[in-house]
Write a protein that binds this ligand. Sequence first.
Ligand code: SAH
Ligand code: MG
Length: 212
Amino acid sequence: MLNEKLQEYLDSLIEPRHGLLAEMEDYAQKNGVPIMEPAGIEAMLQLLRIQQPEAILEVGTAIGYSALRMAYALPMVKIITLERDEERYELAVDYIKKADKQEQILQIKGDALLLEDEVGEHAPFDAIFIDAAKGQYKRFFEIYSRYLTPGGMIITDNVLFKGQVYEQKAESKRIRSLVKKIDEFNRWLAANPEYDTVILPIGDGVAISKKR
Ligand code: SAH
Ligand code: MG
């Protein structure tokens, strides 16, 4: 996304993680789990440190990596996180237990498109992090934004999808259609009168939307 040298330089300034987080990064890498990229997650955590939310909703737990990063960065925050994949959900249960953060992080297993009522019981949220199926971003945004507090923030990951969204050179039909959906989401978001949005070209592209 950013030129490679710049990316490498910025990444070299990020403190390496140790212990459990390093173990999780290693697992993610070996098993193709798309956890958030280092520069992207650092930017998100910094915004959250500034915002100091009381409650965060995460759509897409995977193995619990970003949830734990947020929990460590904001020891008082309550996190609700959604995951539909059984194996990843269970791995996240184990990792979160190992980190002794099960009081702070509530995991819900299921399809985020169907969990609105259950999530609603824990609303409202000061921040929402959308990091699940990219073709459904608009729907996740529409479903869960109603539970956002006034002035709250919605962070959406992977909105530049490895540069494919602006390169428009995808080979397969499936990727082309996904890229089109992400592009439509970005345009819809940028033109949404209820939010101010900026897209940061770091990590895999991170959209920051603040409710007006
Ligand atoms: N936020 C994580 C990475 C999430 S990867 C981190 O940075 O550590 C995206 C995850 O979203 C995958 O594990 C996938 O199974 C899950 N997902 C995709 N669509 C979903 C849906 N509709 N409901 C719940 N989870 C979904
Ligand atoms: Mg992501």
